[in-house]
Design a protein around this ligand. Structure first.
Ligand SMILES: [Zn+2]
Length: 246
């Protein structure tokens, strides 16, 4: 994969100006409440899981490294039987970017909860059973639940039941080549300013998505544009990322 690193280069020529003040996205997520998550949990429990899931404690988090997490204790008996208990659902306030993302995050964790609390033996944490349920729910209820894998170094300490929010920018160069920049969340503003100063970039658009297709790109702290093919672009855009205005 080719990488164009624009760090440390100064450009004085640029044509595309943004008129609104730059601000980090998702400042409107603070009114998310535990009661709301409880209601959504109940709703989907009825709609999707036949009310089979027991209510569980819910906690809000300000974490930026995950959107949702299912925490639990695992006990192994003398006979090698595994038992899961003390389930806790943790939802990051950053999952409330859109109602759809919040619901998808809750359902994603509910699938884990269903599998573990019924002691179903899956092939991995997002194994065959998980994927089958996820695909089935996506089709039946027109949802967009996704799987994410470990991406950034800070994510390695998180549990497997974690999905990530990616922030990325698709750039089109004057000569027609396409590029992608996946930004670390804390660096979006910095990188957005930097992209605006690259004369070779004719147009660009920011997006946010949880789709695992984006896991293959390293999160940048500075402006790095990875060249992608039109096929890559089609694949990325077919995941219906939400446009973002950094
Ligand atoms: Zn998961």
């Amino acid at each position: 994969m080719m990488c164009h690193n624009y760090y440390g280069t100064s450009f004085f020529l640029y044509t595309h100006t943004r008129n609104h003040p730059l601000h980090p996205p998702q400042n409107h997520t603070m009114d998310l409440t535990i009661e709301h998550i409880q209601q959504r949990f109940q709703h989907f429990n009825q709609l999707i899981f036949g009310s089979s899931l027991h209510p569980l404690p819910i906690r809000l988090s300000n974490a930026r490294t995950f959107l949702g997490q299912l925490r639990y204790h695992r006990q192994r008996s003398f006979w090698g039987k595994t038992r899961y208990s003390d389930f806790l659902l943790v939802i990051s306030r950053h999952a409330a970017t859109t109602p759809q993302l919040l619901d998808d995050t809750i359902i994603h964790e509910m699938i884990h909860y269903h599998i573990l609390s019924n002691n179903l033996k899956d092939t991995s944490s997002h194994g065959r059973i998980f994927r089958q349920m996820m695909n089935d729910i996506n089709t039946r209820f027109q949802r967009n639940i996704t799987i994410s894998h470990r991406t950034s170094p800070e994510a390695h300490s998180s549990s497997d039941t974690t999905i990530y929010q990616h922030y990325f920018c698709i750039s089109r160069f004057a000569d027609g080549r396409l590029g992608i920049t996946v930004a670390a969340k804390t660096r979006i503003r910095h990188i957005a300013i930097a992209i605006n100063r690259v004369p070779e970039i004719q147009s660009h658009q920011w997006y946010t998505s949880t789709h695992p297709i984006l896991n293959r790109y390293r999160r940048s702290l500075t402006l790095k544009v990875y060249l992608i093919t039109p096929t890559d672009l089609t694949a990325i855009l077919s995941t219906a990322p939400s446009p973002l205005t950094p």
